[in-house]
Design a binder for this molecule. Structure first.
Ligand code: HEM
Ligand SMILES: N[C@@H](CC(=O)c1ccccc1NC=O)C(=O)O
Length: 273
């Protein structure tokens, strides 16, 4: 069999095989690059309960994914406003995949029994998911801006409050979608927006990219609703009708939140088609 160009070159000058890719710099190790010493030192259970490590780990994993989602959703917003619809759609595929993971991962925490949760639940109060700054940032960026939540963040520091205020002030995904519509000559005033959305839906030949982008927004909205429903099911399974450590009514409050829509007009559009 004929030698490959690579084999020929090696036998010709008898030089040692090249070092494997990445060895040239030889500065970073796996643990250094990923800051594993710091990362793996961040789980500090407050009780002796065996399942508290699971509880902390799952929340930290959520927060890491929230961080990535904020990064990608910002890029999506900016791509939409900048007319780069293909790029927004590319990033939406990633966002949807992560969001499906967020929903699926609820089942990991559901392996905990309510009895085992009660072993450490009392040490958690008054902490609760209410205080997740990144979760609220995701809602604000998606269009559900509700300033009232700022007052529920008991222990938020100045930097966190500033981040939320910035999210309240900056354009949402919906604002960016409207910019994309107007760049294509479509009217976006309150009175005209439904007609524009209908025009996009009815003329896929001219507006397919805008239609698909609206579908991506809707999938983001739908998957967020799936998470809220999975979360409240998990809550009912764990604490039933008890009120929450964060001071809400618990499951009834969370059931109310499942009706929230980021993009109500995209849902309403269906009725007019
Ligand atoms: C044993 C599991 C869990 C229980 C029993 C539980 C319970 C609750 C309750 C009762 C609330 C309402 C606020 C309160 O009064 O405390 C809440 C809110 C919240 N929880 Fe959980 N939770 C659990 C797991 C999780 C996980 C894994 C996450 C992931 C980050 C999470 C994120 C949130 C968020 C973001 C809120 C605020 C929701 C909103 O205001 O719409 N929770 N949770
Ligand atoms: N709110 C929950 C406690 C809880 O799940 C929690 C506590 C501290 C930090 C994050 C939490 N997760 C979601 O609310 C409860 O009432 O049992």
């Amino acid at each position: 069999m004929a030698a490959t160009p690579d084999q020929r070159a090696r036998t010709a000058d008898a030089s040692p095989p090249p070092r494997s890719f990445g060895e040239e710099g030889a500065r970073l190790s796996y643990g250094d690059y990923l800051r594993l010493k710091d990362l793996l030192a961040q789980q500090a259970p407050q009780s002796g309960a065996s399942d508290e490590l699971l509880f902390i780990t799952i929340h930290q994993v959520y927060e890491l994914w929230f961080k990535l989602l904020l990064h990608e959703l910002e890029r999506i917003r900016d791509a939409m406003a900048g007319g780069e619809l293909w790029h927004a759609r590319h990033l939406f595929r990633r966002v949807h995949a992560v969001e499906r993971v967020l929903v699926e991962q609820v089942q990991v925490l559901e392996t905990m029994t309510p009895q085992d949760f009660l072993e450490f639940r009392s040490v958690l109060a008054p902490a609760s998911g209410f205080q997740s700054v990144q979760f609220r940032e995701l809602e604000f960026l998606s269009g559900a801006k509700d300033e009232a939540y700022l007052s529920r963040l008991r222990d938020a520091d100045d930097a966190e409050l500033a981040r939320l205020r910035r999210r309240l002030a900056e354009p949402t995904l919906w604002d960016a979608y409207l910019t994309a519509l107007s760049q294509r000559g479509l009217a976006v005033s309150d009175e005209e927006i439904m007609d524009s959305l209908l025009a996009v839906a009815r003329d896929r030949g001219s507006y397919d990219d805008l239609w698909e982008l609206a579908e991506d927004l809707l999938t983001h909205d739908e998957t967020a609703a799936h998470w809220r429903m999975r979360h409240v099911q998990m809550v009912e399974r764990q604490i039933g009708t008890k009120s929450g450590t964060g001071g809400s009514s618990g499951a009834p409050y969370l059931r109310g939140r499942t009706r929230m829509q980021f993009f109500p007009l995209l849902w309403e559009l269906r009725a007019w088609l």
